[in-house]
Ligand binder design. Structure first.
Ligand SMILES: [Zn+2]
Ligand SMILES: [Zn+2]
Length: 380
């Protein structure tokens, strides 16, 4: 079962990383652009050679469907895991183990269930509110909102999105899965089946923070409940009989854990899932809080570091070339290139540290895209 939990976590981490990689521009310089080209261009070519044309087509179709189409599979998976996990917790934990356990009470049942309801509601909201889709009508508004971000390096002025036929505002990105340009694009989230952007970022943050708290609380309750069983059944003083040798053994932690797992498999599995997901979601929530404090997005961080790494590599390469330069003309040419690279690097707007509290105020004061549409409709 621990093995299953580790596999689930690895699967989630791998899936999430691949999805983030889908968001990276394959033409961007630096490591992430290279990784995107490796995963989505080079590896498929190798697979094509190994698998043959026909099987590869099926494989490619599955990859395209999973990564590039807007399917509900992951949303369905969320509902099964979240609602199913909660029901398992209720049945094996709240109803079975919590009844005569001195270390947990039904106050915990009430708190846990309320938290779960908050989580399901936050998922519904995160799926419902749109991220800030850029259209021809609102194009100018979004351009003006972020005009101080045009540095002509990371964000170019008058850069057009050929698919949407609009001028890309700074901080926006065209999502290949949703096939729209999104303002202040963070990433495409498969769990909510849409992009996370300027207008729905607050709902996304709420979604991950409530889930992180629920999983952490589930894990904490799990440990309290299991500790209750250990104390009330006096497992630390107990003697166990070896099923093979029939020998009486003094309890060790290893034996106790095996015994508890054998007796409460489903409950302990759910607690392990809470621990694993709690750690992953808490890290993810903290990472987003950190980005909120820096007024930046996942996409922006990737893009920035890509450009900075590229400029660092170029500077190093040109400085080496300058040292080896043999004549005046070559020195002049390399020096001018070096100057250009350095001036580009300087133009990149530095990260603004606005603090988490101010950042949260900014994120949560953003009006809903859905609400605006409602207001417009009412005015008409
Ligand atoms: Zn677009
Ligand atoms: Zn998207």
């Amino acid at each position: 079962m621990e093995f299953l939990a580790i596999i689930t976590l690895l699967f989630l981490v791998l899936g999430a990383s691949l999805y983030l990689l889908v968001c990276v521009d394959p033409n961007s310089p630096g490591l992430l652009g290279k990784m995107n080209r490796l995963v989505f261009n080079t590896i498929p070519v190798i697979f094509k050679k190994i698998l043959g044309e026909r099987i590869f087509k099926i494989f490619q179709g599955a990859i395209d469907y999973f990564f590039y189409s807007n399917h509900p599979l992951v949303q369905i998976f969320y509902v099964i895991v979240a609602v199913g996990g909660y029901l398992v917790y209720v049945y094996f934990g709240f109803l079975e183990l919590f009844d005569d356990n001195l270390y947990v009470s039904h106050l915990d049942t009430a708190i846990g269930s309320t938290m779960a309801l908050f989580c399901f509601y936050s998922f519904f909201q995160a799926c419902r509110y749109k991220p800030g889709i850029i259209t021809k009508e609102n194009n100018k508004v979004y351009q003006n909102e972020f005009k101080e971000y045009y540095d002509n390096v990371v964000y170019l002025k008058d850069n057009q999105c050929k698919t949407c036929n609009i001028i890309k505002p700074a901080r926006s990105k065209h999502c290949r899965v949703c096939n729209v340009c999104v303002s202040r694009f963070d990433h495409h989230c498969v769990w909510i089946r849409q992009c996370v952007g300027q207008k729905n970022y607050k709902y996304f943050v709420k979604f991950i923070i409530t889930h992180a708290i629920l999983c952490d609380y589930g894990a904490y309750l799990g440990f309290r409940c299991i500790w209750g069983i250990i104390v009330q059944e006096r497992l630390l003083q107990a003697q166990f009989r070896d099923p093979v040798t029939k020998q009486r053994l003094q309890a060790t932690w290893g034996i106790i854990i095996k015994y508890l797992f054998y007796k409460n498999t489903m409950y302990i599995f759910i607690v392990i899932l809470c621990v694993v997901m709690g750690i992953a979601l808490t890290c993810f929530a903290l990472y987003h809080l950190y980005m909120i404090g820096q007024d930046t997005t996942t996409n922006e961080r990737m893009k920035r570091s890509d450009f900075l790494n590229f400029f660092d590599e170029e500077t190093e390469r040109l400085e080496k070339q300058l040292k080896k330069a043999e004549n005046e003309e070559e020195i002049k040419e390399v020096s001018s290139k070096l100057e250009q690279v350095k001036s580009c690097q300087k133009r990149i707007i530095p990260i603004k540290n606005i603090g988490i509290w101010n950042g949260l105020k900014r994120v949560f004061s953003e009006p809903d895209e859905l609400g605006q549409k409602f207001q417009n409709k009412k005015k008409q």
